[in-house]
Design a protein around this ligand. Structure first.
Ligand code: TRP
Length: 354
C-alpha cells in the first residue's frame, strides 16, 4: 500500500538533538518502512524561515545546505526513489495555493492556535512586531501539506505529517481550512492530514533548569546540542547542564524525574539497565554518585550516539551534490503542485471570462 508523507523544517540553522527525537527519528521510520510504500516529501521551509529570520540574511544564506547535510547525516536518503527534498521557495504554485487558502481560513481560528499564541508572546516580549507573513504561517503550512497530493485519483485517503507535538494544533487548523474549502466549493480538492508525533515531545535545553515548566531545546536559545557538534563541544555543553539543586554533595538524595541530565540519559543512553542503576543511586541518600560522573557518562552516551551521524555528515559534505538533490526533489513537487493549483483555480472560478 502506498502512502503519502509530507513534513518539513524551517531552515534557520543547524539541527539539534531535539529535532532528532521530536521528528527526524519518525521521518527515518517512514522512509524505511517495510510495510508501506511511503512516498516522502521533506520540505526545506525557507519561506517560513523568513517569518522569523528575515533580518538574518547570513543565516538564510547557509541554512538550506546545513539542513540538507543534517538530514543526510541522520540517514535520510534522497537518492531513493521514495524520498524527495523540496525547497519551499522554489515551488511557485505553492504560493498561489497559499493565497487561495487565505481566502477561506478564518482570522479567529488562526489567532486561536496555542503554538502561534506562544510565539507571538515571545516576539512581543522581545519588543518585535510580528509580520503578516508570520501570523499567516499556519495557513501557509496548509499549502505546504496539500501541494503534492492532487485529487483525484483518490489513491490516498489522507496525508501523513510526522511532526513535533507543538505542530498538532496547527495541523488541526489546516484540516478545518481544507474542509471549509471543499464544502464551500463543493469539491474534494483537499485531503485531510494526520499528525504523527515523535518519541519525545519536548527535550529540555542544556541551559534549562529542573523546574516543572522546564524548557525546550530550541535554536535561538543557545541551549542546543547540535547534530554536528564535535565531541569536545558536546562534553562542554553537558558539563554546563543543570542537575537537581538539592543534590549538592555526591551522597545527597537527588531527583531524577525532572533533572535534565536524567531526561537525556533516558533518551540517549544505549544501556538503560545502567541508567536505572544510576537513577536509583542518585535518588538514594548515602550512596555516592556525583554529578560529574553522571555527566561524564551522559557525554559519552551522546557522543556514541552522534558518532555515526558525524561520519555520515562528513561523507555527505565530501560527496553530496546538495544543489542537484534539492533541484530534483523540488521539480517533482512542483509538477504535482501545478495539478493541485489547477483544480483549486477551477473550483474558485479564477479564470478568464468566456
Ligand atoms: N512549522 C514547521 C516547523 O517549525 C515547519 C513546516 C513548514 C512544516 N511547513 C510544514 C511541518 C509542513 C510540517 C508540514 O518546524
Amino acid at each position: 500500500m502506498s502512502r503519502r508523507i509530507l513534513t518539513g523544517m524551517r531552515t534557520t540553522g543547524v539541527l539539534h538533538l531535539g529535532h532528532y527525537v521530536g521528528a527526524l527519528e519518525r521521518w527515518i521510520e517512514y522512509q524505511n518502512d517495510p510495510n508501506f510504500d511511503n512516498e516522502c516529501y521533506f520540505l526545506l521551509a525557507d519561506f517560513q524561515a523568513l517569518s522569523t529570520h528575515a533580518d538574518r540574511p547570513e543565516v538564510m544564506a547557509r541554512s538550506v545546505r546545513e539542513v540538507v547535510l543534517d538530514w543526510m547525516s541522520v540517514g535520510l536518503d534522497p537518492t531513493r526513489d521514495n524520498v524527495k527534498f523540496v525547497l519551499q521557495s522554489q515551488v511557485t504554485g505553492r504560493m498561489e495555493l497559499s493565497l487561495m487558502l487565505q481566502m477561506v481560513a478564518r482570522y479567529k481560528d488562526i489567532m486561536d492556535i496555542p503554538t502561534l499564541k506562544h510565539e507571538l508572546q515571545d516576539l512581543e516580549d522581545q519588543h518585535r512586531n510580528p509580520t503578516i507573513g508570520f501570523i499567516a504561517y499556519p495557513v501557509d503550512q496548509a499549502a505546504d501539506i496539500a501541494m503534492v497530493t492532487p485529487q483525484p485519483p483518490g489513491q490516498w485517503d489522507r496525508i501523513l505529517v510526522p511532526v513535533g507535538s507543538d505542530q498538532n494544533p496547527i495541523l488541526e487548523r489546516c484540516n478545518v481550512i481544507y474542509r471549509t474549502f471543499n464544502a464551500q466549493y463543493q469539491r474534494q480538492v483537499f485531503l485531510q492530514c494526520t499528525a504523527h508525533e515523535g518519541r519525545v515531545g519536548r527535550l529540555p535545553g542544556t541551559g534549562d533548569p529542573d523546574t516543572p515548566e522546564g524548557g525546550k531545546m530550541a535554536k535561538g536559545k543557545s541551549n542546543t546540542i547540535n547534530l554536528s557538534d564535535d565531541p569536545a563541544t558536546v562534553r562542554g555543553k553537558v558539563h554546563g547542564m543543570y542537575t537537581d539543586r538539592k543534590h549538592e554533595h555526591a551522597t545527597d538524595a537527588g531527583d531524577t524525574e525532572r533533572n535534565p541530565v536524567f531526561v537525556y540519559l533516558r533518551t540517549f543512553h544505549p544501556d538503560q539497565t545502567r541508567v536505572a542503576q544510576m537513577d536509583k543511586d542518585y535518588r538514594t541518600a548515602g550512596v555516592r554518585l556525583g554529578d560529574v560522573q553522571v555527566k561524564n557518562e551522559l557525554a559519552s552516551a551522546i557522543n556514541q550516539f552522534l558518532d555515526p551521524i558525524r561520519e555520515r555528515r562528513a561523507e555527505a559534505e565530501r560527496t553530496a551534490n546538495v544543489r542537484d538533490i534539492v533541484m530534483t526533489g523540488t521539480k517533482e513537487a512542483s509538477d504535482l503542485c501545478v495539478q493541485v493549483v489547477e483544480s483549486a483555480r477551477e473550483a474558485m472560478h479564477l479564470r478568464f471570462p468566456t
